[in-house]
Each structure stands twice: as structure tokens, then as C-alpha cells.
Unconditional design. Structure first.
Length: 462
């Protein structure tokens, strides 16, 4: 079994305090990309990351966009024929409100009970920084890397990465690579290293139902005029059958089934449905019949109502027949569903089931493709060995119910496989007060990444 080489282990151990101080410097910068009052802080974080990359031994540049800047770090000194690996992360963070729910100030990094508390500690400054320090350690003790590395750190991930895809398109020669590595996700459980194999996509809609020209007195008109709120409720009720299967015709036509052995592995993961239910506070779980909770979350598409608005909702009574009703509806997609096709199916279904007496319109608000890795080849084999050496056990394969749109952009534009190797943990409060990252995962993550370079550089590929 692969082990962490003594020289890398000695360097990381000897420099542990300094590395943590530097991490705290980065975490102390309030690089909130969503707030214009933090624009200078966001730029300061970009410059700080560029400086850290230079100190590690890379050539680093800051690239301007129409929004926040991008940072590119490059190491091109690997032997001829060596692969090039692109590392992606982001240095921007979410807003911190509500402040009164933080135990310690969000930009004053604090360690409590083996956890680093600060905004951005796990999403994604801590995970990005452990890559930088792994590069530093390898170059310090070996003098060179066995692979070429390009680090891309953006400052707009938390606001949608509007300028990232155009940058990748315009700079595909600079970013050309044989593999992409991203650490912006979580392990399945403490001590259980994980490789993320799939992400669901998204098709998000607004459904508007219009009835009379204005609100009407429900006594004078109710019973004779079709109520848009009731009409919308009927429309939404047609979207699932009695087994919670999506009833929109054609919705499942493109769904690529998962291999039986992968589904079996998911069922073998240490997951307790009762604990999951208790975490949600729901009286019972539901979902599509015939699938476990993890399969429902990772491998099956959804159609969910995210919001409803109609009529009078204030204090007391107002007997009104509303003129209109609106619902926000999101569909999480799995390979090989396409957002545009789901939009077409949604429009056709809503038109077909809308009752006479009202008009219904569907507006597409957002879309993103799903992603699934095949998990075969040198990149994933190297990741398995590196994670097993750093954490002392073989990694598990997991899925993710959410979306990371940049994964699809990298595969589409650069034509390279993507490895999602995250070091967060469930319950880490990303995007919420008291965000934290495990100290153990940060230290072991550095070792896993340093080993990844070693494994990828092995000429025999075993």
C-alpha cells in the first residue's frame, strides 16, 4: 500500500504552524463577492492567493474580468511528455449574515474542538489553500514536480461564475490539460475519504396562472369564475403519480441508469435513514418508490415546488378570489437529461393540464447539465491510492444532489476528465453561520494532494 513519503511528511509536520498562520491570513480577508462594499477585499484576496502561489514556486498572474479577477498559477517544469493537471478552486466567500448566530467573528479564524471556524474555511479557501501548500511541500523537498500544474482560482463562484466559462473559452490554450482536480465538496463521513462521481443538473421554472383581470370578491364571483390558485394547485398535482414518480410525459426518456454494482455500493455506505430524517425535522421521508434515500438524492431526477404565491396572505381574513397565482418549480436532472428538453416537456405538460378559464405560462429561469464520471483510468486510480495513503483506508464513491456548473464547462471546453476530491464534512455549515473545516481533514488533505502528484507522475501508471 502507498504511504506518505518521509520527506513530504517531515516538511508538512515541521511547517504545520506556519501553514496554519498563512491559512488564517487568507481566511481573515472578507472576500464576499456578492457585496460591492467588499470589492477591494475580494481583489486583495486574489492578490494574496497569487503571492502564495509564487511563494510555493509557481508563476502566478492576476487576470481581469468584467467582475472579480481570476488567478492563474503555473508550473511547467515537469519532464517531457508528463501530463498537465488543472486545479480549480475559488477564493470568494458567501455573505456572513446573520452575524449574531456566529459563535466567533466570521473573519477571525478560531480553532475549537478540532475545527477551524471562519467564513470560507471549507468553502473554498481552506480546500484551495491545501492544494497550494501541497505544491509548496513537493517543490521544497523534491525540487520539481512530476506533472505540470495549472492552478485556476476564481472570485465569483458564490455569485454564479458568470465570467468563468467565457474565460475558459478564451484561454483554452493556457488552460489545456489532461485532467482537472477540484476540492470543493465533502467526504461522506469523518475518516472516510471520498471521490465524488456525479452531480445533478438543474432546470428551474416559474409558472404563472392568470385568471380574471383583477382580484374579485369571492362571494360575488366565487363558484362561477375559475380560481387561479386552485388551477395552479391542480397543475402542480399532476406532476407526480401515487409512487412519487414524475408524471410529466417523456421526463425519464433520457435518464441513464446506474450500474447495479454502483447502486449496491451506495446501499453499503454507513448511512442511517432515521438520522437523516431527524436532521431534516420531517415526520417521515418520501420520494420515488423503489430507491434508497441515497439513490434518490444522487441518481434520480426530481420535480419540486420551491415557492408559491397567490391571493391574500396577510393577517386576518380577506375573502378574495385572486386574479393570478405563481409557483417556482425546480427539476434536478441526472445524466443524460438536457435542460432544454426538460423545458420543452414542462411547457407541453402545463399547457395540456391547464383547466379552461385561466391562462398558464412557463418561464425558464436557469438551467445546468448533470455530470457523471466513469471513474476509470490513471487519474482515478492515482486518486484512490493517494487518498488511501493519507487517510489509512480506501476511498468510497459518492454522489451529490446539487450542482457545480463549472465541472461541465471544463469537460466541454478542455476535453479533460474531472476528479472531485473534497475534504469537507457533512454539517460543516458552508453558507451558514459557524462555517468550519476539520483540522484533521486539512492536514490529511495536503498529504493526499501531494501524493496525487507523485502517483500521477509514475511512468508505469499502476
Amino acid at each position: 500500500m502507498t504511504v506518505v513519503p518521509a520527506d513530504l511528511e517531515s516538511y508538512l509536520t515541521a511547517n504545520e504552524d506556519r501553514i496554519r498562520r498563512e491559512l488564517f491570513e487568507l481566511l481573515a480577508i472578507p472576500s464576499v463577492s456578492a457585496r460591492s462594499e467588499h470589492d477591494a477585499d475580494t481583489r486583495r484576496a486574489a492578490e494574496w492567493v497569487a503571492g502564495s502561489l509564487r511563494a510555493a514556486g509557481l508563476v502566478a498572474t492576476v487576470h481581469e474580468t468584467k467582475g472579480h479577477p481570476l488567478v492563474i498559477g503555473e508550473y511547467r517544469g515537469a519532464p517531457a511528455g508528463a501530463p498537465t493537471v488543472l486545479v480549480y478552486g475559488h477564493y470568494d466567500v458567501q455573505p456572513v449574515e446573520p452575524l449574531d448566530l456566529w459563535t466567533s467573528p466570521p473573519f477571525v479564524p478560531t480553532i475549537r474542538d478540532g475545527r477551524i471556524y471562519a467564513r470560507g474555511s471549507v468553502d473554498d479557501k481552506g480546500q484551495l489553500f491545501l492544494h497550494v501548500k501541497a505544491l509548496e511541500a513537493y517543490l521544497a523537498v523534491r525540487g520539481s514536480l512530476p506533472v505540470n500544474v495549472v492552478v485556476l482560482a476564481e472570485g465569483e463562484e458564490e455569485v454564479g461564475s458568470d465570467h468563468l466559462a467565457p474565460f475558459i473559452e478564451a484561454h483554452r490554450d493556457l488552460l489545456r490539460c489532461d485532467a482537472v482536480v477540484i476540492s470543493d465538496s465533502a467526504m461522506f463521513a469523518p475518516g472516510l475519504p471520498s471521490i465524488l462521481s456525479s452531480l445533478r443538473g438543474m432546470a428551474y421554472f416559474q409558472i404563472d396562472v392568470q385568471g380574471p383581470a383583477q382580484d374579485l370578491h369571492s362571494g360575488s364571483y366565487g363558484g362561477a369564475v375559475v380560481n387561479p390558485a386552485m388551477a395552479l394547485a391542480r397543475i402542480l398535482a399532476t406532476m407526480h403519480d401515487a409512487d412519487d414518480r414524475i408524471a410529466i410525459p417523456g421526463f425519464y426518456d433520457a435518464v441513464r441508469e446506474w450500474p447495479a454494482h454502483v447502486r449496491e455500493q451506495m446501499r453499503g455506505l454507513p448511512f442511517e435513514e432515521d438520522g437523516f430524517r431527524a436532521e431534516t425535522g420531517a415526520p417521515a421521508l418520501g420520494g420515488e418508490k423503489g430507491y434508497s434515500v441515497l439513490e434518490q438524492l444522487w441518481t434520480r431526477p426530481t420535480c419540486e415546488v420551491n415557492g408559491l404565491l397567490s391571493g391574500y396572505t396577510g393577517e386576518g381574513a380577506k375573502t378574495v378570489l385572486p386574479a393570478k397565482a405563481m409557483a417556482k418549480v425546480s427539476c434536478r436532472l441526472v445524466p443524460d437529461q438536457e435542460p432544454d428538453e426538460i423545458e420543452r416537456l414542462m411547457r407541453a405538460h402545463v399547457q395540456r393540464v391547464t383547466p379552461p378559464g385561466v391562462r398558464a405560462t412557463v418561464t425558464a429561469l436557469h438551467g445546468g447539465r448533470p455530470w457523471r464520471a466513469e471513474l476509470e483510468g490513471p487519474l482515478f486510480d492515482a486518486a484512490r491510492r493517494a487518498l488511501a495513503a493519507a487517510f489509512g483506508r480506501e476511498p468510497v464513491i459518492t454522489g451529490e444532489g446539487g450542482s457545480i456548473p463549472v465541472v461541465g464547462d471544463f469537460e466541454r471546453v478542455l476535453g479533460a476528465p474531472v476528479l472531485l476530491m473534497g475534504f469537507g464534512l457533512p454539517g460543516e455549515n458552508a453558507h451558514a453561520p459557524d462555517e468550519w473545516m476539520s483540522v484533521e481533514n486539512f492536514t490529511k488533505g495536503m498529504r493526499a494532494v501531494a501524493l496525487l502528484w507523485e502517483e500521477l507522475g509514475r511512468s508505469d501508471g499502476r
